[in-house]
Design a protein around this ligand. Structure first.
Ligand code: BG6
Length: 469
């Protein structure tokens, strides 16, 4: 549809950006923090350890001041569960509680609304060693963690996100270091049992949030990519529906409607992998209602029909996968790619927003979107990231079009506020508006520099998205 009368974004649109604790903070085993699964994983060859990252733990004041200079209305960050409760359950680490309390106060001092992700890929290692999300007890452990967060920060935090990219934890956990399925007899059974526990934990945490903090708002934060069929062949359409259900709708159908997606149910039945569901579980799922949907969008996916032959192939969050008899990835010839091989699809962003809104009719906030690139610091201290500006501009244009088509968008938080460590491609894959002066293994001085995109985004926020030039 051609839109000639563009609507303005809402006055209270939440402009900001995102980070996650294990990728930005550093201080990963100090100040009382227990290890998380990220701290005990073997980092991919050629990439940095997570002990310093961007040193946000020590420099949060300077970083939040820079965010304020850009005009942020919100800052999405995550709490490291094992900083707050080192063993995942039991004793609370007061120093950890104080750290996030200070971060929240610093945001509020600058009129920045904290948007807090409760769990972003960093399950406490102590819980993982006991069996992680495979144990039924993990549900209550998460809810207890949520209670600690609500008790300590609920007086100041209005917006909460439950679990970052639960779909990626389930689909590509091996790649992002959140758990391995090596040696597991039926990996589908394990992964979707874990997934059931996470869904239940999320539902209970949303319910508890509404009981304890009646003025707060809470929602999930999956990674949603609309899946295209590679052609107009009917079998490609079926493959696209399969992957859409497995990758996207399972998570939102459950969070919003409290029911299992029927295609995913059939897929699990075929694999002898239906989760064990206890009496009352589905009532809990149905009773819990998110106030909004947070979602991460990097690009669309395209798939074609896959016959029953061949092996299952794993990609990463945004690329290449195959499941015989279900779908296989197809390189979309209509799209450009980033330096790291991820497709770029701003129009697909609009298509994704339209589809999500027509399915769930809830306000939405973009909790991640962005371009990973090899940025260069020039001798005079500049970073000319016009490619990032181009990427973000085109995506914001699509938000404005979607809003003009009646989609309710609450805000936009690209990835990432500041450079940080990628999930599996190290420090060199940079996303931030703020450059951090370090290399993969040489920490240099960790000084902060404003990229060209920093000044551009400041103007975008100042004009509430009217000036994207
Ligand atoms: C999302 C994650 O999948 O994508 C982030 O929520 C991650 O944690 C981001 O960093 C970008 O992915 P990557 O692999 O480039 O770091």
């Amino acid at each position: 549809m051609t839109i000639k009368n563009m609507k303005k974004l809402p006055e209270d649109f939440l402009w900001g950006a995102s980070t996650s604790a294990y990728q930005v903070e550093g201080a990963n085993l100090t100040h009382g923090k227990g290890p998380s699964v990220q701290d005990i994983k073997k980092v991919p060859e050629g990439t940095s350890e997570l002990d310093v990252c961007s040193d946000f733990y020590n420099r949060y004041k300077e970083d939040i001041a820079l965010m304020a200079e850009m005009g942020f209305k919100t800052f999405r960050f995550s709490v490291a569960w094992s900083r707050v409760i080192p063993e995942g359950a039991g004793k609370v680490n007061q120093e950890g509680i104080d750290f996030y309390s200070n971060v929240i106060d610093e945001c509020l001092k600058h009129n920045i609304e904290p948007l807090v992700t409760m769990f972003h890929f960093d399950l406490p290692a102590a819980l993982e060693k006991k069996g992680g999300w495979s144990r039924r007890e993990s549900v209550d452990e998460f809810v207890e963690f949520a209670r600690v967060l609500y008790e300590n920060y609920g007086d100041r935090v209005k917006y909460w996100l439950t679990i970052n990219e639960q779909n990626m934890l389930t689909l590509v956990g091996d790649v992002i270091g959140t758990g391995s399925t090596e040696g597991v007899a039926n990996k589908y059974k394990k992964l979707y049992q874990d997934n059931h526990h996470m869904l239940l934990a999320q539902a209970k945490a949303m319910k508890l949030c509404h009981e304890m903090l009646p003025n707060a708002k809470i929602g999930p934060a999956p990674n949603i990519s609309l899946v295209y069929p590679a052609s107009c062949k009917p079998e490609d359409m079926l493959a696209a529906q399969n992957f859409n259900a497995i990758r996207n709708w399972l998570y939102l159908d459950m969070a919003v409607f409290g029911r299992y997606n029927n295609l995913v149910w059939a897929y699990l039945e075929e694999r002898d992998a239906l989760p064990d569901i206890e009496p009352g579980d589905m009532d809990i799922m149905k009773a819990a209602k998110p106030d909004f949907i947070g979602f991460n969008y990097y690009n669309t996916a395209t798939v074609e029909w896959a016959d029953d032959e061949g092996e299952v192939k794993l990609g990463d969050q945004q690329s290449g996968a195959k499941e015989p008899g279900v779908y296989q990835s197809f390189a979309n010839p209509n799209l450009l790619r980033t330096e790291f091989g991820w497709e770029i699809d701003p129009m697909g962003f609009r298509a994704t927003m339209r589809e999500m809104y027509s399915r769930y009719h809830l306000p939405m906030i973009v909790t991640e979107n962005g371009l990973g690139a090899y940025d260069k610091l020039t001798e005079d201290g500049k970073i000319h990231d016009d490619y990032r500006i181009e990427y973000l501009r085109k995506h914001i244009e699509q938000i404005k079009l979607a809003v003009s088509e009646g989609v309710e968008m609450m805000g936009y938080c690209p990835w990432s506020a500041i450079d940080l460590v990628s999930t599996h491609e190290g420090v060199v894959k940079r996303y931030g508006f703020i450059y951090v002066n370090r290399d993969e293994f040489d920490l240099k001085d960790l000084a902060r520099y404003r990229k060209d995109s920093f000044y551009w985004y400041k103007k975008v926020i100042e004009t509430n998205g009217e000036d994207l030039s």
